[in-house]
Design a protein. Structure first.
Length: 118
């Protein structure tokens, strides 16, 4: 078990040196973002089963997944192109989703009343 922790520490410090970021802060961001990612993913699955909208939980899951990468983009260097593409897709999806919600016409609600008294 100790060997795995040492390998994780070495990997994090090498990642920090490679990208010019604080490896401990990056590790904290990475671990907490994955915790939130799986929590929001659970919310998505719960809403899918209940046949409720999944847009916002899915958007939150994507954003929480990308937090450490945004940190690397802002403060680091030597970033792979796939990280930029992924973050761009997440934000494009979020913008499109919000635009669809704002421009959607409200659906009229029919009110049913009982004509007889029980």
């Amino acid at each position: 078990m100790i060997e795995y922790l040492l390998e994780l520490k070495d990997w994090l410090f090498s990642l920090g040196e490679e990208h010019g970021v604080n490896p401990l802060f990056l590790a904290c961001l990475y671990l907490t973002s994955k915790l939130f990612f799986f929590s929001f993913l659970g919310w998505v699955l719960k809403n899918l089963r209940a046949k409720k909208p999944v847009t916002f939980p899915l958007l939150f899951a994507c954003m929480s997944f990308s937090v450490p990468y945004v940190y690397i983009i802002i403060f680091g260097y030597n970033i792979s192109i796939w990280v930029y593409l992924f973050i761009g897709c997440v934000f494009a999806y979020g913008a499109f989703s919000i635009w669809k919600k704002v421009t959607a016409k409200p659906i009229p609600v029919e009110v049913h009343t009982e004509d007889h008294i029980v």
